[in-house]
Each structure stands twice: as C-alpha cells, then as structure tokens.
Design a protein around this ligand. Sequence first.
Ligand code: C5P
Length: 193
Amino acid sequence: MIFTVAIDGPAAAGKGTISRAVAARFGFRHLDTGLLYRAVGAKGGDPVAAAVGLAPADLERGDLRTLEAGQAASKVAAIPEVRAALVAFQRRFARAEGGAVLDGRDIGTVICPEAEVKLYVTASAEVRAHRRWLEVGGDLSVVLAEVRERDARDMGRADAPLKAAADAVVLDTSEMSVEEAVERAIAVVQARM
Ligand code: C5P
C-alpha cells in the first residue's frame, strides 16, 4: 500500500507527537523532515554542499534539538538549493511501499501534494512557546521571541513558505490535551483509509 500522511505546521504545535502516534497506530514509517534541515544547519560550512552530501550519520548528532539548531535550520531552509537537494529523498520516503508519515513545513504543499491525508497542526504562539519552554527551560520571553522569529522566517520565505495546503484539515491544538490532539488526527487518517 502507498499511503502518505502529510503533517505540516509551525514549531512546537505538536506535529512530532502526533506524527509518531499516527505512525505507530497504523504501522507506517515516520520521517521528521525538520531534522534534515537541522542537520544541514549544524554541519556548518557551505549549506548547499552540506545538503547535497547529507548522510544518515548526520541525523544522529545529539545537538540537533536545541533552539540554536532550530534557528540555524530555518536559515538554511530559506535557500532554494538546499531545499531542492532534499526533495528526492523525502518523495521516495513518502511514496515507498508500506505507508509513511512525514512532518514538516511543506509536505502537503510541495513535497507530497498527492498525499492521501494532509493535516495542518497549529496553536497560538504563546501556547507553543510555553510548551517549548517546558522542554528547554530558560527565559519564557526569549523562547516566545524565538518562536515568533522562526514563524516569520518560515512563513515569509519565497520558496516553499509554511502554509496550510488548500485541502488540509486544520487542527488547532491550543486548547487540546496531547491525547485529544492525537485522537483527532488518528480519526482523520482512519476516515480516509
Ligand atoms: O520542525 P523543526 O522545528 O525541527 O524544523 C526546523 C526548521 O527546519 C524549521 O523552522 C523550518 O525552517 C525548516 N523546515 C522546513 N521544511 C520542512 C521542515 C523543516 O523548512 N519540511
């Protein structure tokens, strides 16, 4: 079976948790595409060369989840040649036999417009910053500023900006528990199978 679930949305909206739960529930493979951009940003040097030469070991560095790595990722993600170098791998993953969940910013719009299910998972910037702050600590106002800066860069870039696909189901998780958000996402996928 070829079946793609595309899950897009801004940072800390709950995409990762929802994607892992959906993949586990249906036995699909899961690709966190943000990790590709984080790995490119963390490699340093020429980002286009880093993207072209990206290897599985690059995704296993321990420092890819930090706020700094997120900012570096969103900077290299605005470079069209970086994005282009990562397209084929993501498309192969999405359309390989067995079902796949991909989460990111442009999965439903650019990488896999033919995805069987598209979800746009979002929440208010304040709620997302609070969630991220619970994980990383530090100063909440700094985390909120970081979330807003990354939103602006991801939504404002010319190439593959973050936006909901016209046919995406929008899930605003601001007022939802993790369990409720996961349950809703699973129901959307189940209804299309
Ligand atoms: O999802 P995550 O926070 O790990 O993504 C890090 C950054 O990578 C995002 O802020 C965004 O700029 C970029 N990204 C992207 N397209 C994707 C996934 C991530 O541009 N499909």
